[in-house]
Write a protein that binds this ligand. Structure first.
Ligand SMILES: C[S@@+](CC[C@H](N)C(=O)[O-])C[C@H]1O[C@@H](n2cnc3c(N)ncnc32)[C@H](O)[C@@H]1O
Length: 273
């Protein structure tokens, strides 16, 4: 079994929710206003669903008779969404599924939503092809990405500080930002021709930065080669460094309640088939 530092948080859906705060929620509420209202018979894909924030936002709108298929590559996240769905009796099916290997038939969904995942799901061209393939002609896809997140630089700093400058970066902390053009390009490769993008800032507020750094490093810090004994030995140093880095910098302020506020910039693409 792969080595895991003893301090690591074993990720469940609720940890992802806590890490994201209400920033995804706010962004999702916003981008749902950019597509046509939900109709009776809508079949919706919540692709790379994470902790189910998209499903939750859709269900909060009291939609008519729709059905949602929520999928993610992470079995813990899917189990969390399944539990949430059963508790709330949502019209939803869940499955562990790679965005690059969707097993749904062609032309199935009236709406397909891939929220804040294209920048971190690996082969985005193949993911876009799958979104296109599974969307009904006349259907609409939403794909959103964060193009600026202040914590990425802080976590990269902790990576270099505890592991040196040589060697690979954690795959979820790439040096190159994912841009609107990258998103458009992936959607074009996928087959979409009618794509419109908009940009909007959202603000993530964190009151307990040490706890947040622990969740962020546990999720985003792992290397393509996995965790090592040295990561365990230097765990506290990494967390303290993240906390220190997030005291100031581009896109970071502190509000009057002493909370750290991080400015995150989202790009929302609405693509029609
Ligand atoms: C930042 S989270 C976003 C979750 C959710 N859509 C939201 O907006 O809150 C990114 C999600 O992509 C999932 N993911 C990463 N690679 C994936 C892949 N190849 N196929 C499917 N899901 C993937 C992760 O497990 C994670 O749940």
């Amino acid at each position: 079994m792969a080595f895991r530092p003893k301090q690591i948080t074993s990720y469940q859906a609720e940890h992802l929710s806590e890490l994201q705060g209400d920033v995804s929620e706010k962004a999702i509420e916003y981008f749902l206003t950019l597509i046509p209202p939900f109709n009776d018979g809508d079949i919706i894909h919540d692709n790379a669903c994470g902790s189910g924030a998209v499903t939750e936002a859709i269900m909060a709108k009291n939609p008519p008779k729709i059905h949602i298929h929520a999928t993610d590559i992470n079995p813990q996240f899917v189990a969390g969404v399944q539990a949430l769905s059963e508790k709330n009796q949502w019209p939803e099916s869940t499955a562990v599924m790679s965005a690059q290997k969707l097993t749904f038939p062609d032309n199935m969904f009236t709406k397909s939503i891939t929220s804040f995942a294209f920048h971190c799901l690996g082969d985005h061209d193949e993911a876009a092809k799958q979104v296109y393939r599974t969307l009904k002609p006349g259907g609409v896809a939403i794909a959103t990405v964060w193009t600026s997140m202040p914590h990425v630089r802080a976590l990269q700093h902790a990576h270099w500080r505890t592991r040196g400058k040589e060697g690979p970066m954690p795959s979820l902390l790439p040096l190159e930002d994912f841009t609107e053009e990258d998103l458009r390009a992936a959607l074009r490769v996928g087959g979409f021709r009618d794509i419109s993008c908009s940009e909007k800032a959202f603000y993530l507020k964190v009151s307990d930065m040490k706890r947040w750094a622990q969740l962020a490093w546990s999720y985003l810090g792992h290397l393509p080669t996995g965790w090592s004994q040295s990561d365990e030995d230097k765990w506290d140093e990494a967390i303290d460094d993240v906390v220190e880095q997030l005291k100031s910098g581009d896109g970071i302020t502190t509000d009057d309640r002493g909370e750290v506020v991080m400015k995150m910039i989202a790009v929302v693409a609405v693509a029609k088939k």
